[in-house]
Every structure is written in C-alpha cells, then in structure tokens.
Design a protein around this ligand. Structure first.
Ligand SMILES: Cc1cc2nc3c(=O)[nH]c(=O)nc-3n(C[C@H](O)[C@H](O)[C@H](O)COP(=O)(O)OP(=O)(O)OC[C@H]3O[C@@H](n4cnc5c(N)ncnc54)[C@H](O)[C@@H]3O)c2cc1C
Length: 325
C-alpha cells in the first residue's frame, strides 16, 4: 500500500472547477504529511491543455477515451475504479458535487473502500487520516477515521483555498488506456447538458453579499435590502424561498441547492439559518445577521447579530452607511 493521494479533476467543457484546486492544495499538504505523492486524475476525452494547470501535483494520470467525453457515472466509476485498483493510493479525494457524489459512492462500493462524505477538513494524526464530516445536514461536524488501508473522501466545495492548489506546468502526464469495463456505462446514456440561465452577477465572486430571506415578506420589500447592498457596495443574494417565489433569479440563491459563497462580508437579513442555507455561507469572513427571533439558528454562525425587526434596522443602517460615506 502506498501513501499516495489521488485527486479527481472535475471539469466542464474544458474548464477545471475550483473544487479541484481546493483538493490539490489540501492534497499537497496531506501527501507531504504522509510521505506520499500527489496525483491528479483526469478522466475525459483528452488530456491536452488541462494537464498544464495541474502543476501542484507530482503527476497527472490521464484516462482519455472518446466514450468518456461526457460524465457518465457508470463509465467513470469503472475508469477510476480500475486505476485505483491497480495503483492502490492511500487516499482518493473527490468533490462532493453533483458529479462527485455519484462517483465517490460508486467507486467506494465497487472496490469496497470506505467512503467519508461531506468532508470539510482532513488531517494526519499519528500516521492516520482523520476526516471532518458534516452530518445532520450541517447541524453537527464529526471527526471520522476509516478502517482499512484505503479511504475515499468527498470534499465540500469552499472548504479549502483554491489558490493554494493552483500552479502551472511541471507535472508529468501519464496516459492510461481506458479499461474495457467502461462499456458497462452503456446502460446510462448522456443526453444533454442543461445549463442554468445566464446570471447577471456571479455571487460566488463578490466580496460583499447582502442576503435576504422569507422575513422580507413580499417582493415589493426587496428594494429595502437592495438599498443596503448598494450602500455597502455589495450585491443582493437570497435564501431559497425567495427564488422559489420567483422574486430573484436562481443565480442569486445561496445554499445546498444554490451557490456556495465565501465573501468577506455576508449580511443575512430575515434568514432563519436552516442547515441547507448555512451549507452555502458558513465560511464567509464576517457574518452579520438581522432577525427578529433571538433564537434563530443563524445567530449560531453569525459573528454579530441584531435581534430586531428588519424593517426598523435595515433602513436605519442604510442611512448610517450613506452618511458615513
Ligand atoms: C434538499 C434541500 C435543499 C435546499 N437548499 C436550500 C438552499 O440552497 N438555500 C436555502 O436558503 N435553503 C435551502 N433549502 C430550504 C431550507 O431548508 C429552508 O427552508 C430555507 O433556507 C429557509 O429560508 P429562510 O431562512 O429565508 O426562511 P424561514 O426559515 O422562513 O426564515 C425566515 C426568518 O425571518 C425572520 N423574520 C421574520 N420576520 C422578520 C422581521 N420583520 N425582521 C427580522 N427577521 C424576521 C424569522 O424569525 C425567520 O427566522 C433546501 C431544502 C432542502 C430540503
């Protein structure tokens, strides 16, 4: 058994997603602590171009085949499974994304290797890998160790710095022939990529977000919170009910089924702090919550809290910020 670490590269239409770089940065740390090597595993129709961005790894293992051009959980499971079976890495890191959740569970079951899902941290303690995993939808975090020599983990987006995993050039690429077993994916057919509507703003890239929840009561009142966002030089985002009501576009939704954000400042206005919402924003630099219920769970993660009626606080705050400017 090696002490090597495999990071599965996630990409869409030739663009590597940030979760990959987050895992490469953390994977580098873990490989150094274990005394193993770090490999980026690329599965797709070709390696050219993408491998150049994976310089943080000691090597890139590329399984390229035209049948792997689009994500197919069964075919990808077999392509990755064969590689893991042959090379026996100590740790396999996969993003806890819509693709990664399928893949991590599939490989774990195929090879009978334990899976710790929903991880937001990893460390090495006395030679053992300890993973911190989110349970009960984010209400609790548990430190977990797996039995056996190998482990699969799925990592929540936003857990680590993506910049720490970015480095160009350098990593040698090994091309690996796709195993025959990928034909097992024939029962599942890729039909179409349905892209979300084009977003007017990308809330994952903002330093300041003012997020609004059901406490706002009606679409007409949104203006109030938007004024606060404007005064702060930030952008309006929201909890899910606001999007479900059609008051803001889907691209503005923060949380489990929306975006994971990590702004420097996150205002939560009239948001209760359900686990599905917290999942998308708990790592923001500074969280300020305004909620009339002093027992609202949002106050458990907020750095500052105002237990008051938002209709009193928000206009007064906006006015003060404008004055201060
Ligand atoms: C599979 C799944 C995925 C989900 N994904 C997401 C997701 O991505 N994002 C998300 O946000 N949710 C998601 N949800 C929904 C989630 O469970 C909650 O229902 C939702 O987050 C609640 O939104 P809210 O806090 O705006 O509303 P509520 O829970 O209704 O909270 C409204 C808050 O406003 C406060 N309030 C009311 N009036 C005032 C006032 N005048 N002044 C100040 N405060 C006031 C109340 O005290 C309350 O705390 C998901 C759920 C499921 C099952």
């Amino acid at each position: 058994m090696s002490n090597d670490i495999f990071v599965v590269v996630e990409q869409l239409k030739g663009k590597i997603s940030d979760i990959t770089f987050e895992m490469l940065g953390k994977g580098r740390e873990m490989a150094d602590a274990l005394g193993g090597k770090l490999y980026a595993v690329l599965i797709g129709s070709q390696c050219a171009g993408l491998a150049d961005e994976l310089g943080k790894a000691d090597g890139v293992l590329c399984v390229a085949d035209v049948r792997l051009a689009n994500f197919n959980p069964t075919a990808y499971k077999h392509a990755l499974g064969e590689l893991v079976r042959e090379r026996a890495p100590r740790l396999l890191m996969i993003g806890n994304t819509s693709m990664g959740m399928d893949l991590a569970a599939g490989v774990s079951a195929l090879l009978n290797i334990p899976l710790i899902a929903y991880c937001n941290n990893l460390r090495v303690e006395e030679g053992k890998i300890v993973a911190t995993a989110q349970i009960y939808g984010g209400k609790l975090f548990a430190d977990a160790e797996a039995t056996g020599d190998q482990l699969v983990v799925s990592i929540l987006a936003g857990s680590f710095s993506a910049d720490a995993g970015k480095a160009t050039g350098g990593a040698p690429v090994e091309e690996i022939k796709a195993p025959l077993s990928i034909n097992g994916g024939a029962g599942v057919r890729f039909k179409q990529l349905i892209e979300p509507e084009a977003a007017d703003v990308d809330i994952t890239k903002q330093d300041i977000l003012v997020s609004v929840g059901r406490g706002i009561q009606s679409a007409d009142n949104l203006e109030l919170v938007e004024e606060l966002a404007n005064a702060l030089g930030g952008v309006l985002s929201s909890s899910r009910p606001i999007v479900d009501n059609g008051w803001l576009p889907k691209a503005r939704q923060v949380g489990k089924s929306g975006a994971t954000v990590k702004p420097k400042l996150y205002f939560a206005v009239g948001i209760s702090g359900a686990p599905e919402h917290l999942e998308g924003m708990r790592d923001a630099g500074l969280i300020i919550a305004i909620n009339s219920d002093p027992k609202a769970p949002i106050f458990d993660v907020a750095h500052y809290g105002i237990a008051a009626d938002l209709f009193d606080v928000v206009p007064a705050l906006t006015e003060k910020i404008k004055e201060a400017k």
